[in-house]
Design a protein around this ligand. Structure first.
Ligand SMILES: [Zn+2]
Length: 357
């Protein structure tokens, strides 16, 4: 709503004719946000796919499918996309929030499939090499290396050469050759507005976030609405005492957005409550109550909770037992309400979809 309002205002300032065109765009276009995977962290639970969000924008006539953007590519993303009848060749760009495998391990499969079936080049947006803040030992999180070596195992096994021999149209260098690396230099200004990808009416901006080195959060703005993908962001102050567990930069990015998609952890996993979940890992996520408060402050209409820790209806998260027994969607929703969020809450399950307007 706010996007449409501000567009109208902008058009009014430019000219009445442009205003009419933009209003048409807004009326005839749509934005669809689908959680392709809602599993939080490395555990494998109940067939859930790893973290990922598909954002589709386009005309109503084309079912919002002119531009397809995939944010994070956890395990099983290709299967989730297939359930939406979206092929690997249709994705216009991939955006990675950070270099944890629960967000990246489906990328090789997605791009192998695209390579196999002769799909074209694809933009992959992520951060440039980022040094971890606390050496020694010195560590670098490198999306560039991930992308360059994406299918090295299949090259080494001989498969890439074998399949290339069968069809010379396949690039002999393998899936990595399809990737146009769009590496965002760090640090980014805390102030939102840094554009990392654009096409027609769609622009994607990013901010740096605290989780691990090189973490980014993204915002997609379209005439049909706006969505923020917070990833696993947490507060820049890594442990209490602090005002909130949520990210200050993601809050700025989310101001006035229609939808906030964010990873979350339930306070039942807080230190001292019996789960034995590692405190530093708990503290580097946004807990769901704080996320409800942040959503309210940012004025978002829809809060989509994903990457749920613990997963719904399961007695343990990996080796960590859920104190008091399995949690349901109501437990996450009520915790977000405790934070004061009054908009619509969508507790993540795979393929949950929200369409705007
Ligand atoms: Zn994660």
């Amino acid at each position: 709503m706010i996007t449409r309002l501000s567009l109208s205002l902008l058009c009014f300032l430019i000219s009445f004719a442009a205003c009419g065109e933009q209003a048409d765009d807004a009326d005839n276009s749509c934005l669809e946000v689908t959680l392709t995977g809602t599993q939080g962290g490395p555990p494998v639970v109940n067939g859930l796919a790893g973290a990922g969000t598909l954002v589709r924008y386009g005309s109503v006539a084309n079912d919002c499918s002119d531009i397809l953007l995939q944010f994070d590519v956890g395990r099983g993303t290709s299967q989730s996309l297939s359930e939406l009848a979206v092929s690997s060749r249709q994705i216009d760009a991939v955006f990675l929030t950070h270099m944890h495998s629960d967000h990246t391990e489906g990328l090789a499969g997605l791009l192998l499939n695209r390579w196999h079936f002769l799909g074209g080049p694809i933009d992959v947006v992520c951060s440039a090499d980022a040094k971890a803040s606390k050496p020694p030992p010195e560590r670098v999180m490198s999306c560039a290396n991930l992308l360059t070596h994406l299918a090295d195992a299949m090259i080494e096994s001989g498969e890439i050469a074998q399949r290339h021999a069968e069809n010379k149209k396949r690039d002999p260098a393998g899936p990595a050759a399809l990737v146009r690396q769009q590496l965002t230099a760090l640090p980014l200004p805390d102030k939102p507005g840094h554009v990392v990808w654009e096409s027609g009416d769609v622009s994607v901006t990013a901010v740096g976030a605290t989780h691990i080195a090189g973490s980014l959060a993204y915002r997609v703005d379209t005439p049909a609405g706006s969505v923020v993908i917070g990833g696993d962001a947490g507060n820049s102050k890594r442990s209490p005492p602090r005002d909130s567990s949520t990210s200050e930069t993601v809050e700025l990015l989310a101001a006035g957005a229609d939808v906030l998609v964010h990873s979350t952890i339930h306070p039942v996993f807080a230190p001292g409550r019996g789960s034995k979940f590692p405190p530093p890992v708990y503290y580097r996520q946004s807990n769901v109550t704080d996320l409800g408060a942040m959503g309210r402050r940012a004025g978002v209409s829809h809060l989509m909770l994903t990457h749920l820790i613990p997963s719904l209806n399961t007695p343990s998260h990996g080796p960590f037992v859920v104190p008091g027994g399995p949690l349901g969607a109501d437990d996450f929703e009520s915790a977000a309400r405790e934070g004061g969020f009054e908009g619509t809450i969508h507790v993540g399950r795979d393929l949950r979809t929200l369409r705007l307007p």
